[in-house]
Design a protein around this ligand. Structure first.
Ligand code: NAD
Ligand code: DAU
Length: 353
């Protein structure tokens, strides 16, 4: 079979990457998709069972920090588009081991962009590099206001600083070499296949197992939650229709204080598990706060809505229920991803917190 084009997606075995691949592989049968992933603790090919036998899907095991892995994939598949999601993505781990984040998120992004220059020979006609980034690069908001595309960068954790550095590198390659880039900065995602080190799947797993629900500090930090399939649809729109050199903020218009979100999730889980009211809420335990914990993130996604016509499709209540149902129906997945080094991480991070 011949394809009209080839898009290489880095980090496609992770949470957001697997949703993006599922959307795009099914939507664009004439495009070949190469999933370039190192399969770290966060990458799992089981996330892609339903598309792995499609003709337009290929998996390539490689590390973005390795020029030889990246060059091999470029030589073999000759991609004309890159959507770059591969990263170390968990803030708590970045506090524990910042260098791993600098290596993957900064160096890895640089290696990829160098490969684009080298293989595309600085002839960028019909090419595109989409860098998937986070709202955390903008720092922390007070009670008022929103992040927009013009907000000044002010990263405050090793994770957000490494993502901010990678955003700056991508912009620099655009301005200096003319690399045709777009950047998107998204708020907190939730949904199926998210590694249970992140708030929502961690709480779901602990509720199922009737373990303490560790809320950092007083639970007053605010996040803007977006259903992961809506993030995937926003990336699709921005990759295909976004203006070269531009940045787009993606958000859910859906702010929740952590404690309120956890209480809502407790109610949803009690209902789904058929347990008496307030069973899960009794498990809430306030623990030592995250170092440098950003107070509030909230996105104003007006540019994406008005210029590219994208909007979130689900209410939070619908999305949260769907998400909780998925984890309940896929407890084997939860057990599989938590069977390796996760236990060690969990004990190190939460014991005596
Ligand atoms: P994730 O941790 O679930 O997945 C990361 C993937 O990258 C994994 O499959 C992993 O194996 C792969 N990877 C890691 N290091 C690699 C390397 N050196 N070479 C090749 N592959 C490697 O992450 P996620 O939550 O799906 O996030 C994806 C991207 O979206 C990240 O860039 C993240 O910064 C960004 N983002 C995430 C969120 C969120 O809420 N999760 C929100 C906004 C932006
Ligand atoms: O804003 C986008 C970012 O959202 C992404 O760039 C990151 O990759 C993603 O991990 C996420 O970062 P957060 O730090 O906001 O997500 P996390 O799920 O780790 O935490 C959400 C909030 O819940 C945060 O305020 C910390 C708090 N929390 C988290 C955990 C894991 C707890 O109270 N208890 C916990 O056990």
């Amino acid at each position: 079979m011949t394809f009209e084009r080839t898009i290489l997606i880095t980090g496609g075995a992770g949470f957001i990457g697997s949703h993006l691949l599922r959307l795009m592989v099914n939507k664009y049968p004439q495009t070949r998709f190469v999933n370039f992933d190192a399969l770290t603790y966060a990458g799992n090919l089981a996330n892609l069972h339903d598309i792995e036998s499609k003709e337009n899907y290929i998996f390539f095991k490689g590390d973005i920090t390795s020029p030889s892995d990246v060059n091999e994939a470029f030589d073999k598949y000759v991609p004309d588009g890159i959507i770059h999601l591969a990263a170390e993505s968990h803030v708590d781990r970045s506090i524990e081991d910042p260098l791993a984040f600098i290596r993957t998120n900064v160096l890895g992004t640089g290696v990829l962009m160098n490969a684009c220059r080298q293989h595309w020979k600085d002839n960028f006609e019909g090419k595109r590099f989409h860098h998937v980034s986070t709202d955390e690069v903008f720092g922390s908001l007070g009670a008022e206001g929103f992040f927009t595309e013009t907000t000044a960068y002010d990263p405050r954790s090793p994770y957000s600083a490494s993502k901010a550095s990678s955003d700056h590198l991508v912009s620099a390659y655009h301005h200096t070499y003319g690399l045709p880039v777009v950047i998107s900065n998204c708020s907190n995602n939730y949904g199926s296949h998210q590694f249970p080190e992140k708030l929502i799947p961690l709480m779901i797993r602990n509720i199922i197992q009737e373990k303490p629900l560790p809320v950092y500090g007083e639970g007053i930090n605010v996040r803007d939650w977006l259903f992961v399939e809506d993030h995937a649809s926003a990336i699709d729109v921005i990759f295909h229709k976004g203006i070269e050199g531009e940045t787009y903020c993606i958000g859910g218009e859906n702010e929740w204080r952590n404690i309120d979100l956890v209480k809502l999730l407790c109610k949803v889980m009690d209902t789904l598990l058929g347990r008496p009211d307030a069973s899960a809420e009794q498990l809430i335990t306030f623990v030592k706060d995250r170092a440098g914990h950003d107070l509030r993130y909230a996105i104003d996604a007006t540019k994406l809505a008005t210029e590219l016509g994208w909007r979130p499709s689900l209410t939070f209540e619908e999305g949260l229920r769907k998400t909780a149902e998925w984890y309940l129906n896929n407890q084997a997945w939860l057990e599989e991803v938590t069977s390796g080094s996760y236990q060690e991480y969990y004990e190190r991070h939460y014991l005596n917190r």
